[in-house]
Design a protein around this ligand. Sequence first.
Ligand SMILES: [Fe+2]
Ligand SMILES: [Fe+2]
Length: 205
Amino acid sequence: MSDELDTSNLTPDLVLRARMALEVPKRMLAHIDRVVVLADELARRHGLDVERARLTAQGHDLVRAVDPAELLRRAEARGMAIDPVERDEPVILHGPIGALELAERFEVTDERVRFAIWWHTPGHPDYDGEAWAMFIADKVDPHKVKRWPALAEVRDLAQDSLEAAALRYLDLRAEEATARRWTVHPMATLTRNALLRKLGRGARD
Ligand SMILES: [Fe+2]
Ligand SMILES: [Fe+2]
């Protein structure tokens, strides 16, 4: 009998999980497990591709536990364009670097999965339903809601509309950034603008 893991009847996210577990810290795996469950629920509720939503959620934080200085080094080694906001806050690079390494080291080739993972910190104007399901699931992990109770509203809005929930999340982040004089990632602003134009802007006086 082979010692190799028999993956023939596992879904793609479970195969990826088994391989990620060899390098991702337990605490991060626990977060990812919660995000997979929530993404699955949201995908079912909104009639989306559950398998794709689960795989995206499973892969999203592959390198989240890697030291930020190392993430910056990896981005520089690839000659990636690095926004000044990312240079100041290299943890943001865990999305792009994770998306690249999932293809290179884990054979995750679905472009929609990799695109969603690349942009999972700021979101993206071109996100599809499965990408939003993962994005929202990540933001409303119960541990995060406990630390920042305002996220409960994002969680509740997602029952009716993933995009309305995403807009509320980006509004909360924008308000926080203004109050604390933090910079905002340019893609977060582009995403928020796109959602505002789609879902209805407030009137200007
Ligand atoms: Fe992340
Ligand atoms: Fe996450």
